[in-house]
Write a protein that binds this ligand. Structure first.
Ligand SMILES: Nc1ncnc2c1ncn2[C@@H]1O[C@H](COP(=O)(O)OP(=O)(O)OP(=O)(O)O)[C@@H](O)[C@H]1O
Length: 368
């Protein structure tokens, strides 16, 4: 079966060299998720020859849409008309239809001419033409001496192919936000490595891994590594830190651990699920204090999202069910200040004894 894959818009406007790299990465990613016997590139389309189930393409980033198609060669317009009539006369029975023609190459007819004759040949079998709301839409994409004919256009996930924009370390709590922040980075073509401060024992770990399993369906066949560090040990080291700044100090420890891990595995950013002022630790002032002195870009893809928007996305992505099971582990966040004092936080941090290298070395690493 032939499948036409349309590249997500942005890939099409890249320079020829980068476009080639993106196409190459996308083809490899596609091969990771479906059985491809043959592949070629044809003016903005990737053409796949596949035998198996192609539905997994809907979760491969970098694809705008895709269609199973017939490919026919022709020498005159009538050849196309005959093919479409043979294939669709039965299918348009009792239905309003539309013919959509796109044309590239030199021909002695225009796209409109082609649509008219193809349409006229099907008209007697149908309930008429409806260009606004057709019940069946037949597409004919004409090239020089061949054409793609199809009637289904499946939505792709858009974005950029995974693996094309660098690796990020995601601070992954397992709540609603960080899985969606992860998905947003994956959508922009990033490879992700997850870092979880395990605060709720095996229950916490299981929820995280269930979410990672869902996210890996969107990861174009690549594995996702999760580092579970001992969060309880970190919490106990914070016992003497004043309660109202404890959560800010904890977040700084998380950022620092993520920064160190990024350097170890050649990642170039840290991603979090923070959204401006969603909770007290996420006010602009507290984010400033939390990020102070951290020497790696911190990405917060959800910074401008409302909680409802994040939850809606989590239903679409598939993590909602698991995120909703996560109990509130950050009990220390109650009585937190919304305006931490930088000097006070830095001073308290000096009293906390954390061996960052050891935290990472002793982490349990699971690959999903
Ligand atoms: N236990 C944890 N392990 C790793 N990262 C964490 C942990 N807790 C919080 N984070 C990071 O800090 C961000 C903000 O967490 P916070 O608890 O303040 O808000 P939240 O709304 O509960 O976030 P989430 O919905 O992602 O759990 C999270 O999105 C995540 O990136």
């Amino acid at each position: 079966m032939i499948i036409i894959v349309r590249l997500a818009g942005e890939i099409g406007i890249k320079s020829p060299r980068s476009r080639k790299n993106f196409e190459h990465a996308l083809i490899n990613n596609i091969k990771n998720v479906i059985d491809v016997e043959e592949v070629s590139i044809d003016q903005g389309y990737i053409i796949l020859n596949t035998k198996g189930d192609f539905s997994k393409l809907s979760k491969v980033f970098g694809i705008a849409s895709f269609s199973p198609a017939d490919v026919i060669s022709f020498s005159k317009l009538q050849d196309i008309v005959d093919f479409v009539k043979n294939k669709y006369a039965e299918k348009v029975k009792g239905k309003k239809f539309a013919i959509r023609v796109r044309r590239v190459g030199k021909h002695n007819f225009t796209s409109l001419d082609a649509a008219k004759v193809i349409g006229s040949s099907l008209y007697p079998y149908s309930s008429g033409v409806d260009l606004e709301n057709p019940e069946i839409e037949i597409h004919v994409d004409i090239r020089q001496d061949y054409a793609y004919v199809y009637d289904k256009v499946y939505e792709g996930a858009r974005g950029l192919p995974i693996g094309t924009t660098g690796r990020t370390i995601v601070l992954f709590s397992g709540g609603f936000d960080s899985p969606i922040a992860t998905w947003m980075m994956m959508k922009r073509g990033s490879s992700v490595t997850l870092l979880n401060f395990k605060l709720g024992g095996e229950v916490h770990k299981k929820i995280v891994l269930d979410e990672v399993k869902i996210l890996s369906e969107w990861n174009s066949g690549h594995k996702i590594k999760v580092y579970f560090v001992n969060g309880i040990k970190v919490l106990s080291a914070l016992a003497d830190v004043k309660r109202y700044i404890r959560v800010v100090v904890l977040k700084r420890i998380m950022y620092k651990t993520a920064e160190l891990l990024a350097k170890k595995i050649n990642a170039y950013s840290v991603t979090t699920g923070e959204s401006l002022s969603q909770v007290s630790s996420q006010t602009m002032k507290n984010l400033f204090v939390t990020e102070y002195g951290i020497n790696i870009p911190i990405f917060r893809p959800l910074i401008g999202f409302d909680k409802e928007e994040i939850i809606e996305l989590s239903r679409k992505v598939g993590t909602y069910e698991y995120s909703s099971k996560l109990p509130e582990y950050c009990a220390i966040s109650s009585k937190s200040t919304t305006s931490a004092n930088l000097e006070e936080v830095l001073e308290s941090e000096k009293q906390v004894n954390i061996e960052y290298e050891k935290l990472i070395d002793e982490a349990e690493v699971v690959e999903v």
